[in-house]
Design a protein around this ligand. Sequence first.
Ligand code: NCD
Ligand code: ZN
Length: 346
Amino acid sequence: MTQDRLTLKRPDDWHLHLRDGAMMEGVLPHSAEHFARAIIMPNLVPPVVTGNDAAAYRDRILAARPEGSAFEPLMTLYLTEATDPEDVRAAAASGLVKAVKLYPAGATTNSASGVRDFDKVRGVLEVMAEIGLPLCVHGEVTRPEIDIFDREAVFIDEVLDPLRRATPGLRVVMEHITTAEAAAYAAAGDETLAATITVQHLMLDRNDMLVGGIRPHFYCLPILKRGSHRPKLVEAATSGNPRFFLGTDSAPHATDTKENACGCAGCFTAPVAMACLAQVFDEAGALDKLEGFTSRFGPAFYGLPENEDEITLVKGAALEIPDAVETGAGPVTVFNPGRPVQWRVA
Ligand code: NCD
Ligand code: ZN
């Protein structure tokens, strides 16, 4: 018998870009509708660097929530070479900050303040290992001679593995993994290691982005990879291994900045993420593994309780995906995988 209904503990999103101001006000309801909590990325301009920055940003997010919403933003700090270890310690101790984000300088959107010299952040990483505060890692090298499709795999060997060995006990989230190499590295890790996976990397590969015309709304970083990687990511996500959980990396950009001669990186998946994931897990014959991926393994890694309420997904006629969400910062095109999604949130 085929299953056409699925009830899950309410999911959380362990990697989300909400932006600020009018853009945030426009996109926030689309995460708050399905997700109870989200790890909020700090790559604003200027970035969220100190505990005070995070407290102020959190207040702005709370003020922008739709009426009646209990959506909880889990704040992060953007690691710079000038980050003060004691500020991190205090922001974590107060419960405000749940992770620190490492962007290699120049890796992606708004990452200019990121880390170039890892020796300069050693003190912060040691405090984080001591207090158990996770480091969320954008795992790509940025050296210009490294091909964009190889940047994640090279990062694991050249940066991530040495960093973990040099800082025993440091809890690390490999964010938005895109390769077989990353999935294998995460699966082989101990309980200090986890990896998040996005909707677009579970559904698409680089052919979807580049064959028959270039599709800017599939352009994100880390970039979609060769088709052989996608099944490895689906395998990891549907494996029931608690090391792998959802981080959508929903990253809104106004449509005209993506449909552009130099288009921005980021897929706005928040409105359709849960429907798309149900489709992926259904196709993999693994609907029974969806709740772990979206609702249980993330809280376990972060040491937070699971959500108490539930959401229900139903299968039926193909989901009608709107072209765009209107925001005060312009329309934002909604991720559409280009094939039918038969699931939706009831
Ligand atoms: C993100 C953004 O737009 O902020 N873009 C993306 O393609 N994922 C940055 C990031 O997470 O790399
Ligand atoms: Zn991101």
